[in-house]
Design a protein around this ligand. Structure first.
Ligand SMILES: Nc1ncnc2c1ncn2[C@@H]1O[C@H](COP(=O)(O)OP(=O)(O)OP(=O)(O)O)[C@@H](O)[C@H]1O
Ligand SMILES: Nc1ccn([C@@H]2O[C@H](COP(=O)(O)O)[C@@H](O)[C@H]2O)c(=O)n1
Length: 235
């Protein structure tokens, strides 16, 4: 059974496979999109940018599109229900089972709506940490014709980050899901740290896989370190 994201679907994505989700968060202009492109190239994830999905929706010329455009122009957050359903629709359409969700969750309401509608625990949450001066400098030089890359909206977006996104970061820090990288350096240097985090995730998955798929290696582990009860960590 395939869920239709336009209908009132509530619950996890119906799939036999384990779906991997990584949230990528950080202040405006911290380099989330830049790092996501590199992750996609190296690790085969599908990149879903919440901001891009909303910008695409604006182009639809619907009443909802106009409402989203106004909120984005003011640097305000769009209703969580809308953004989570756009994410779900894009996930279902992609055919992939590994997703980078960029710019999400932006507030506690986003996080709660995700847990209610999609409800797949993220592997981890990547935080690109960057100073405000550097983020501001980057946005003002971005030159992609974005309606919200102006000083008034930038101020509002920083305020939203401080007031609404920091509590989300604190939540994931408490739950041990947060992976923080220093995003003030050159993109390739930032990616060295990002890459190490993704490689660690792959290593963990492979170790779990070995325990299930290769009984000889499992037996060898038992002989070497007495860990015959190695669990298959892939669910
Ligand atoms: N590490 C970096 N050093 C210098 N410039 C960077 C770095 N990372 C990204 N940039 C540049 O900064 C600008 C913002 O980067 P990017 O769009 O990746 O940020 P973002 O966090 O996705 O932004 P937003 O939240 O506003 O969508 C872009 O012009 C990008 O080329
Ligand atoms: N979860 C989200 C993500 C984004 N928005 C709105 O889009 C704007 C641009 O987002 P970027 O990630 O591309 O910087 C953002 O300022 C919000 O207006 C949102 O509402 N909810």
């Amino acid at each position: 059974m395939m869920a239709d994201a336009n209908k009132a679907y509530v619950g996890p994505i119906p799939s036999g496979k384990k779906i991997k989700i990584v949230f990528v968060i950080g202040g405006p202009g911290s380099g989330k999109g830049t790092q996501c492109s590199k992750i996609v190239n190296q690790f085969g994830y599908t990149h879903l940018s919440a901001g891009d999905l909303l910008r695409h929706e604006v182009k639809s010329n619907t009443e909802q599109g106009t409402m989203i455009q106004n909120l984005m122009h003011e640097g305000k957050l769009v209703s969580s229900d809308i953004i989570v359903r756009l994410l779900l629709k894009a996930m279902l359409a992609s055919g992939n089972d590994k997703f980078l969700i960029d710019g999400f969750p932006r507030n506690e309401e986003n996080r709660e709506a995700y847990e209610k509608i999609i409800n797949i625990d993220p592997e981890f949450v990547l935080l690109i940490d960057c100073s405000r001066e550097e983020m501001e400098r980057r946005i003002l030089h971005r030159n992609q014709g974005r309606d919200d890359d102006n000083m008034d909206t930038i101020r509002r977006r920083f305020q939203v980050f401080q007031e609404s996104t920091l509590p989300v970061i604190q939540h994931y820090e408490k739950t041990g899901k947060l992976r923080r990288v220093d995003g003030t350096r050159q993109p390739d240097m930032v990616f060295e740290d990002v890459k190490a985090i993704f490689e660690q995730l792959n290593t963990q998955a492979n170790q779990g896989g070995i325990a299930q798929t290769n009984p000889f290696k499992r037996w060898f582990l038992h002989l070497c370190c007495g860990c015959f009860d190695v669990q298959d960590r892939r669910d």
